[in-house]
Design a protein around this ligand. Structure first.
Ligand SMILES: Nc1nc2c(ncn2[C@@H]2O[C@H](COP(=O)(O)OP(=O)(O)OP(=O)(O)O)[C@@H](O)[C@H]2O)c(=O)[nH]1
Length: 398
């Protein structure tokens, strides 16, 4: 294809309820110097066929530095220095380097609706993408305005293969949880970048660490952000299909590689409902729990449990306002299968969550419905007590 040709628009797969009506938005976060600008430069300059609007650093103060760094401004363009203007790029993408507040930037962008199919929002200026993710996801106030035009597709985090481990170990802690760990916790896709600079065993080690912190994210290894865009765009991280697909592959993995410990655990009187996955690192912990088929009453109890944990930061059996725990859930995902064969999915970002029934006919044919459920929690204080509290619900019959 020569430079004069107009790029062909590729289909972007999306698993959300009605993607044709709203524009998917991906939040990009990442460790210092990990390769976010390199990834964005590639997206803005390569011929990939997608029409993407990139909003850079609208929440930070370094828009000018960033735009120079990725060298997209044209000397012939008198608006290039104006931080509130958009640049149309040769590959069909739009770049918006803006100092304005995020919402204002996106409002302006949406006035150009039809000119792009996907929004990438870079949030370098912020340590923790969680609050922005919850703003774009299921926020009623927001949904009255821009939310009608946009849906949150996913959060991605770029991690430095060379310094990632050190950054996790040394970064600043906010409320006992390091910034980089908060980024990992909030992410749906994680790129371990610069793998050309370290040996495979070092990358394996870093990947294992990341998998423990966030057992729900997809992890890819990259060099200079080289990765098929469909791996992190149009992923529908908050939709049902992705969760169902993950659940199916989890089951296949377990069917073929169930460990001795897990088999023992499954045959135990109470423990058979739960996988032994709990992990804690520098204040952040994750908990992964398998659920067998449950009753409608158990689902209701679980819903109450989630409300108590997400809204009041305590287990239902804890005394209100007791300072015993520092429980906080930053991200949760779940899938629950009822005796009636109804299937529910849970999606949660901080204190907001949604439990919705899966419409079997609405899922993609290849996905299918699972025969058992799971719950993944990422946050603070997710220890043995939390697991035992879930066991109480699962053990209850009414
Ligand atoms: N060898 C190697 N270098 C890379 C790779 N990706 C990025 N770099 C280099 O790493 C340096 C930092 O990359 P950037 O893309 O600027 O990182 P960033 O995350 O945007 O940095 P900040 O915004 O400052 O946090 C640059 O010199 C890049 O050329 C990679 O995969 N391999």
């Amino acid at each position: 294809m020569d430079d004069e040709e107009i790029p062909t628009l590729l289909e972007v797969e999306s698993a959300t309820a009605d993607p044709s009506k709203t524009v998917p938005l991906t939040i990009i976060t990442g460790f210092l110097g990990a390769g976010k600008s390199t990834l964005l430069k590639r997206i803005l300059t390569e011929r990939h066929g997608y029409r993407i609007a990139v909003i850079m650093n609208e929440f930070g103060d370094t828009a000018d530095i960033e735009s120079k760094a990725i060298n997209i401004s044209s000397p012939d363009d008198p608006t290039a220095e104006n931080s509130e203007e958009f640049l149309e790029l040769a590959n069909g993408c739009l770049c918006c380097s803006i100092k304005d507040s995020g919402v204002a930037a996106i409002e302006k962008l949406m006035q150009r609706k039809g000119g792009f199919d996907h929004i990438l929002l870079e949030t370098t200026g912020l340590a923790d993408p969680g609050p922005i993710a919850s703003m774009f996801w299921q926020n009623e106030e927001y949904a009255m305005g821009l939310g009608r035009d946009i849906h949150l597709d996913g959060v991605i985090c770029v991690v430095d293969a060379v310094f990632g481990k050190k950054q996790i170990e040394e970064d600043h802690s906010v409320d006992g949880v390091g910034e980089s760990l908060r980024q990992l916790a909030a992410s749906d896709v994680i790129l371990i970048n610069k793998v050309d600079l370290v040996g495979p065993s070092e990358v394996d080690h870093l990947q294992a660490l990341i998998e423990h912190v966030n057992p729900a994210a997809a992890i890819h290894r990259t060099i200079r952000g080289e990765l098929d865009l469909s791996k992190f765009m149009g992923i529908g991280a908050y939709g049902a299909d992705r969760l169902l697909r993950e659940q199916r592959s989890l089951k296949q993995d377990r069917d073929t590689t169930a460990s001795h410990d897990e088999r023992e655990c499954r045959s135990g009187e109470h423990a058979h409902h739960f996988g032994p996955h709990h992990y804690e690192l520098r204040g952040i912990s994750s908990l992964q729990v398998r659920f067998p088929v449950i009753t409608a009453q158990q689902l209701q109890k679980l819903d109450e449990w989630i409300r108590s944990v997400l809204w009041e930061n305590r287990l239902p059996e804890d005394i209100p306002d007791s300072a015993l725990t520092t429980l906080e859930v930053l991200r949760c995902k779940g899938i629950f299968v009822l005796e009636s064969k109804e299937t529910y999915i849970l999606q949660g970002v901080r204190s907001m969550y949604e439990m919705s029934q899966v419409d079997a006919e609405g899922t993609q044919d290849s996905v299918g419905l699972p025969d058992e459920g799971k719950l993944v929690l990422i946050g603070k204080g997710l220890d043995q007590r939390v697991r035992q509290s879930l066991e109480l619900i699962m053990g209850s019959s009414a």
